[in-house]
Design a protein around this ligand. Sequence first.
Ligand code: PMP
Length: 309
Amino acid sequence: MKQQYFPYTFFKDKVVKTESANVPIMTNALQYGTGVFAGIRGYYNKEGGFISLFRIADHYERFLNSLKIIDVNLKYNRNELVNITLNLVKKNKPKTDTYIRPFAYAGSTNLSPNLERDKDFDFALYMMPLGDYLPTNKGLSSMVSSWRRVSDNAIPSRAKISGSYINSALARKEATERGFDEAILLTEDGHVAEGSAENLFIVRNGTLITPSQSDDILEGITRRTIIKITSDLNIPVEIRTIDRTELYISDEAFYCGTGVQVAWIGKIDNRTVGTGKRGPITQKVQDLFFNIVRGNEKKYKNWCTKISV
Ligand code: PMP
């Protein structure tokens, strides 16, 4: 099915019709993946007539950090990026759950990859309707990928760099080709990193465990959200290196990310996770997460930016 997009896009410093936001085939970012991006979700509330953007400022903070890591410039600061986004949402008036994609990229047509020469990145922002990226109501089947997660010293894994997503694409292709819903990638030294486009938690003996920031993960905002809300619930959380075989004997496991939201895992490499049913901690996290992102939890309402549409 062809992906639908909202009619207006921010491109070359102004709002244009989405179909006219085009770049030449020679574009450096298109040839070499010299871009960074973000993904922000907006949750539509029909009764309230608003859309609630989740942790938009935090997404732009990571976006700017990604640019800092690769040492390039963008003419907009965080507040300006937030304002550009709010204005585009108002212009597009989405009446459905929405995904917002900021993209900073080497827009030159220079032949070779050289971030010193292409130091001034362009910026674009577009939006599309998006429901579930993966099912959240069934146990997903996962395989440990034969592809290793890009390491921080190869393509910085904590930056959301376009080119690094060939790593995700290879892992997802392998998994879906073999009949699994999703992949789990290990680090070069064989520890658990994350899914192809989402972070991962397991539960062992009532403790939530997620790989540490130095295990070649993207430092997910959803991951950070879950660490905070479960700590507030006094559920013990460990942030540490996870061995592959811990996946096989975990009581519960789930993916989390802006796209995937919170999606539970039923099987890993054909081993049933726990009882094979959604576990109690996963259930708690999922219920609370969906309430929070839809703006229904007073305690966390600062994470939500509501825009009338
Ligand atoms: N890891 C990778 C590789 C991702 O692409 C994403 C999606 N942005 C995540 C983790 C989850 O990050 P977040 O919760 O910030 O969306």
